[in-house]
Write a protein that binds this ligand. Structure first.
Ligand code: SF4
Length: 460
């Protein structure tokens, strides 16, 4: 492309994988486009979609409909839809939205510049090809002062949980070659970055099919050894594939944060089996107990679906009981919604919307209590905070995260952005903590030495 750069606005729905994909879209388009956060002045408007729940898909369709007005006022605007809904719907999206120029699937990002060029010549296009292997990745660049980044290490999933559309819209599981991953992390650290989150639908099974066999834990070890890395995280883990080797790594690798997202989905064995999750509640709780022995300060988050087909009040009570036993610090909970192509969509015994809503309300009340209790237990402690920027409410306040992922706000100079500082936690709030910076850095990790470490009630 030649001439002044045009502006691209990217609206992202869904998970961290989609956030990483949107960053990649901006990178592959960088030769001809600069990102803007003002959709009304964009030359190219991309919607990166999520199909994991019906509600997310409905939001995409609603936004797409509303953009007809913008397109009428700016006919030169190119409008594209990418991601999981694009992969799932393909031509149907184009047919349903005459103002849409481009539909590209989950593996179409590297072809985006060419697709945009062709769409700019008046072609309406669909590219939803799913090729075998890990798709090629462009070399990444980070803005000066970048503090943390997401690094995709695998794509797709082979698990076929009965409720989940991912294997159909992102394809089968493919691991990214370790050299590429380590090179990307090293580049980020050389640019001054501090925190890396490794991403994949099921990172625990990383390495299958690679020419150089490597377990996920070994990949973590290699990354942990890179100079300059302060914090390492990963998402998402499948409980069945959480190995003893990986659990042990939480007690061994200095950069690996004491924070794990381990989606349980249900506390009922009957429902877990219908979901094709491949573990029982006792197996899940045994792993949680082992993790807490290895890493007593671990903060644990999860995903839970309520109202899966056939879920009775007894099944739901088992979920509430598991939530209490596991002592989650944070959880994402949702009402089940049938997704195209999935086996659960064919199951009878649908739970009514009213019952789903009532159960979700009870579950979220419990989860909110647990999150607040976890925050309260931290009050009075001194913890390391990675300062990420100014707080949402006030430019005078700084905002950062603990290694255990809780948000902390405190007063301090802007020069601390990007720094690791010690903060005494003074107030617990439902979604965050407040604190004051301390100069004395003598009280640090690990929590294993902390006599007031939280006591968890576990079944084993
Ligand atoms: S592990 Fe299950 S829920 Fe997660 S992406 Fe794969 S199929 Fe979906």
């Amino acid at each position: 492309m030649s001439g002044p750069k045009k502006r691209v606005y990217i609206k992202t729905f869904g998970c961290q994988m989609n956030v990483a994909d949107s960053e990649q879209m901006a990178q592959v388009l960088a030769e001809g486009f600069v990102p803007t956060d003002r959709p009304e002045e964009a030359d190219l408007y991309l919607i990166n979609t999520c199909a994991i729940r019906r509600k997310a898909e409905e939001k995409v369709r609603s936004l797409l409909g509303s953009l007809q007005v913008l397109k009428q006022s700016r006919p030169q605007l190119l409008l594209g839809v990418g991601g999981c809904v694009a992969q799932q719907e393909g031509e149907r999206l184009l047919a349903a939205a005459p103002h849409l120029d481009l539909v590209f699937g989950t593996q179409g990002i590297s072809r985006l510049p060419e697709l945009v060029r062709r769409a700019g010549r008046g072609r309406r296009l669909v590219d939803i090809e799913l090729a075998p292997g890990f798709p090629p990745q462009p070399r990444r660049h980070w803005a000066p002062g970048a503090i943390k980044t997401l690094v995709t290490i695998m794509q797709g999933c082979d698990n076929f949980c009965s409720f989940c559309v991912v294997p159909y819209v992102r394809g089968r599981e493919h691991s990214r070659p370790p050299g590429e991953i380590i090179g990307e992390v090293a580049d980020f650290l050389a640019a001054g970055g501090k925190e890396v989150t490794l991403l994949g639908q099921n990172v625990n099974s990383y390495g299958r099919g690679l020419s150089e066999p490597l377990t996920f834990t070994e990949l973590l070890r290699r990354i942990d050894a890179l100079p300059g890395l302060a914090r390492l995280r990963f998402a998402t883990s499948h409980p069945r594939d959480l190995s003893g080797e990986l659990m042990a790594a939480f007690g061994e690798l200095p950069s690996l944060c004491e924070n794990l997202h381990l989606p349980v989905q249900s506390g009922s064995d009957r429902i877990l089996q219908a979901m094709n999750r491949g573990y029982t509640r006792e197996e899940y709780l045994r792993k949680v107990a082992k993790l807490r022995r290895v890493c007593p300060g671990l903060s644990l988050s999860t995903d839970i679906i309520v109202g899966f087909p056939g879920e009775t009040e007894e099944d739901f009570q088992e979920t509430l009981d598991l939530v209490r036993q596991a002592g989650f610090d944070q959880a994402f909970s949702f009402k089940y919604s049938p997704r195209p192509q999935t086996r659960a969509a064919l199951l009878p015994e649908r739970v009514s919307g009213e019952v789903q809503a009532e159960r979700l309300g009870r579950l979220q009340n419990l989860l909110n209590e647990l999150t607040f209790e976890a925050h309260q237990r931290l009050v009075g402690r001194v913890r390391e905070v990675l300062v990420e920027g100014t707080s949402k409410r006030s430019q005078e306040e700084l905002c950062g995260r603990l290694r255990t992922n809780q948000v902390v706000n405190f007063s301090g100079p802007r020069e601390l952005v990007g720094q690791l500082v010690q903060v005494r936690l003074t107030e617990a709030h439902p979604h965050s903590l407040r604190g004051t910076q301390v100069e004395d850095s003598s009280i640090t990790w690990p929590l294993a030495a902390d006599p007031q470490a939280p006591q968890r009630r576990l079944s084993c």
